[in-house]
Design a binder for this molecule. Sequence first.
Ligand code: EPS
Length: 364
Amino acid sequence: MTLDLTTAGESHGPALVAIITGLPAGLTVDRAAVEDDLRRRREGYGRSPRQKLEQDEVEVLAGLRHGDTLGTPLAFVIRNRDHANWAWGMSPWPPEGEPSGKGTAAVTLPRPGHADLAGTLKFGHADARNALERASARQTAAHVAAGAVAKALLREIGISVAGRVLEIGGETDDDGWRRATEAAKADRETLGGVVDVTADGVPAGLGSYAEKRDRLDARLAAALMGIQAVKGVEIGDGFDLARRRGSGAHDEIEADLRRSTNRAGGIEGGITNGEPVVVRAAMKPLPTLMRPLRSVDLESGEAGEALVERSDVQAVEALAVVAEAAVAWELARAAREKFGGDALEDFVGAHRAYVERIRWPRES
Ligand code: EPS
């Protein structure tokens, strides 16, 4: 038993689409909680005006009845309200009538840092829009909605997951973030940052050391690295551990099997050890600059300046929400693999029996 997610959808196409398989029956999905996470993803200073336009309403098409999962594939769409402005440019079928609205001219000046150039070369597109529309972080809205469902499942077994911002543009406090964002906007620049995600209530034993693909730290790293603009991931104290001696790098085991430190970020040997799971992700500055970088026109071969398109100054607060969803999703997958069950009761019961088995100290 595992949990899977497939998504589709272009940034300015008609909609984002998602199908989730592997949920047990009987899980209550709170519509307000899903929409709240989508709203959190849209908010934050430095976001583009696009985020005020989108309502990110989740329209469930299958797998849910009266708010409870049926144990069948759960399908939903999130319509792009901005598509109305791109109806000709992003029409799935050959457009009718004269070109109008946005996206009518081909994009031939790839942005350094975005998927424009590599995607265009790889797929043989004449218009980089055919690559950049799917590569866009707009897609993360579908992942955040799926993450909200994963969090509902995890809550049933006492696991909570929370992401937060640690740094924006090198600043470590709220005031600095606001000032750095405003200054970057005035300079027509962009910023990156660092977020962390903590999962509490995770029992020891999720993931495995058997193969690389089973290791939960490897899976979390892939889940975070798979988010647009993420260039670095750390588990626990990460790179800093490399600079310490062993005695200052590991977490000593107390009489109750708990640890007084959590340098490992709750994972040893690719398996959760009962401490909170703590991961960090670093985001590069966004590649769409209002002061464009040097590029080459792929049609004429002439030097030029990269595409300038409405974009965010920074989206680090959004990353905290997207990373939270990614970690929740991966933990929910690992929990489905370990505890299984067709009905939510089976899943919760298997978790309860397992936690009882590993309880410490053991009853004599
Ligand atoms: C968006 C992320 C960014 C925004 C996009 C919505 O996309 P990208 O990853 O391609 O830079 O630019 O919005 C627009 C393209 C726009 O028209 O404002 C997101 O996270 O929703």
